[in-house]
Ligand binder design. Structure first.
Ligand code: G4P
Length: 528
């Protein structure tokens, strides 16, 4: 009974956005509402500041601080909310993609002035791959933003996402007066208020009520009535099932910095957001109701500080009860392992925990036993599937500058890529090692870590590729022929899967259309 109620009170999600849309600010307001922090500004250290974009050590220093905030758990109205942090910096996008495999839903923050931006597109497409339920928060309504109808249209079109407004804004910028809650039929009046999480809520009941004119003035009241009539006519009530299937995204308007519109969203979130969900494995679906423990590693954080060179593997509990000091089965290593100091993350504090439930994320001290996608169970041998590797965007050849350290280099490359820092490929017919990353910063990280942790000195040579596609075909002869013919563009990933490295979109499309027998995959599953 306790087991079931523990699961039902958990909601595990991530906030995603293009940098600067307001993810950090919104996170902070959630923690304020949840009573997990008392003052605004407490989460700021988690943000990679703009001036540090070309200095990875500074970024790592800040990421070091942010380990504790990789997961923020707080209680709100008897719910236990696990908010998984995703790095805002685009060079760490792969980290974000993987974190999305460990959540049950997301909140997408969009800047009302800038609309849909590059990272918004990428992150939403990752959510769409898994049909993750999305709630949209349109932020910065206190600034002169795009026209509300045009903005919704832009989001729907660009993100291929059907929207459902839950609140409706009354103007924007200096004329922003607040939002009308289409569901509760309340008017929430805007006051610039960066500290106290309170709002001025006026019950309206009927839009014909004279209170509306009194509060908004005749002009804005009329406009709101017209808007609401239109919106109600188009959208009707929210179909929660469609939201849970990832088909419809409820939308809230607000201003995170002013604590405005945040409570409405959080209140709806705890009502509609999914409880911990079942997940696919190599042996069929595993559901939270199964009382035997299972979970998978979705992130490994290595501390670069030479004084504390620790690694933390983050495991998402999918079923059963995780217990401190209990032996669990490490499927890949076929080994029983136990953890004396598993961490949970309450706001900014790391706390040793005794137990954890489905939906929770536990941090495990790791000395190199874990890699991304590893599974823990209570004896069964299966892997969670649906944890993809995404194509890198930058490729470089690894040049060993110290042949005496070849062994160390190989070990270092394998371990760092197990952690998910980058992907490693070996060129076909040779042994040229190729590193693929999403951002330039990772190359600096790899170079630094190879030298400091493995005494291996490397240099990188740029390669003219922009994408890796994993190749499969039922026609083995055709595939082998293609590989021979395109030797310079063919490599193997760490698991021996064949990959085509494309110089440009044009080349890729040409090869796709010239080779109908071969399937070009944009992602690769760690376990199938
Ligand atoms: P991010 O994590 O998505 O990158 O964004 P973050 O919350 O750090 O917000 C980016 C900038 O936008 C910050 O200003 C923040 O104060 C501001 N901001 C967030 N929400 C709102 C809002 O509702 N209205 C307005 N007008 N601004 C908002 P900054 O100057 O870059 O940083 P800071 O000096 O305020 O820390």
């Amino acid at each position: 009974m306790k087991y079931k109620s523990e699961i039902e009170k958990r909601r595990t999600f991530a906030i995603i956005s293009h940098p600067d849309a307001g993810k950090t600010t919104l996170t902070e307001k959630f923690l304020l509402f949840g009573g997990a922090i008392q003052t605004a500004g407490a989460v700021k250290s988690n943000k990679i500041r703009k001036h540090a974009t070309s200095d990875f050590m500074e970024i790592e220093r800040q990421r070091g601080i942010s380990v504790a905030t990789s997961v923020m758990s707080f209680e709100y109205k008897n719910m236990l909310i696990n908010l998984l942090d995703t790095p805002g910096h685009k060079d760490f996008a792969e980290d974000t993609y993987r974190t999305l495999t460990a959540v049950d839903s997301v909140i997408l923050v969009i800047d009302s002035v800038n609309g849909v931006e590059e990272q918004t597109r990428k992150l939403t497409s990752v959510c769409r791959m898994r049909d993750t339920p999305v709630i949209v928060f349109i932020n910065k309504m206190d600034r002169d933003g795009k026209n509300r109808f045009e903005l919704l249209e832009e989001i729907e079109k660009e993100l291929n996402l059907k929207l459902h407004p839950m609140t409706w804004p009354i103007n924007s910028g200096k004329d922003f007066k607040g939002v009308y809650n289409l569901h509760d039929k309340n008017l929430i009046l805007f006051t610039a208020n960066t500290h106290a999480p309170d709002e001025d809520v006026v019950k309206i009941g009927d839009l014909a009520s004279p209170v509306l004119d009194e509060k908004l003035g005749e002009k804005d009241a009329t406009l709101l009535k017209e808007d609401v009539e239109l919106v109600d006519g188009v959208y009707g009530p929210l179909n929660t099932e469609e939201y849970l299937q990832g088909k419809i995204a409820p939308v809230f308007f607000g201003s995170a910095i002013n604590n405005f519109g945040v409570r409405e969203m959080l209140d709806s979130f705890i009502q509609i957001a999914p409880v911990p969900q079942c997940r696919p494995t190599t042996e069929g679906e595993v559901c939270p109701g199964d009382e035997k423990l299972s979970g998978f590693v979705f992130k490994i954080h290595a501390n670069l500080d030479p004084r504390h060179r620790d690694r933390i593997a983050f495991i998402r509990v999918c079923s059963g009860r995780f217990e401190r000091n209990k032996y669990f089965h490490h499927v890949r290593l076929n080994k029983e392992v136990r953890f004396s100091n598993p961490y949970t993350f309450l706001a900014r504090e790391k706390d040793v925990i005794e137990e954890a439930y489905p939906g929770d994320v536990v941090g495990l001290f790791d000395t190199g036993n874990f890699k991304i996608g590893d599974t823990l169970t209570e004896g069964k041998n299966f892997y969670f599937t649906g944890i993809p590797s995404f194509s890198p965007e930058i490729f470089k050849e690894v040049v060993n500058k110290d042949p005496m350290k070849t062994k160390q280099l190989e070990k270092g490359l394998l371990q760092l890529t197990d952690e998910g820092v980058a992907q490693l490929f070996t060129q076909f017919g040779g042994n040229k090692k190729i590193i693929g990353c999403v951002g330039e910063l990772q190359f600096e990280v790899i170079q630094y870590r190879l030298l400091h942790e493995y005494s291996a000195s490397v240099q990188f040579n740029n390669l003219p590729f922009f994408k890796a596609c994993w190749l499969t075909s039922s026609n083995h002869k055709k595939l082998a022929e293609f590989a021979r013919f395109k030797q310079n563009n063919i490599a193997e990933d760490k698991d021996g899967q064949m990959v085509y490295l494309a110089q440009s979109e044009w080349f890729l499309n040409t090869e796709i259309s010239n080779n109908p027998d071969i399937i070009f995959h944009y992602t690769s599953e760690i376990h199938k």
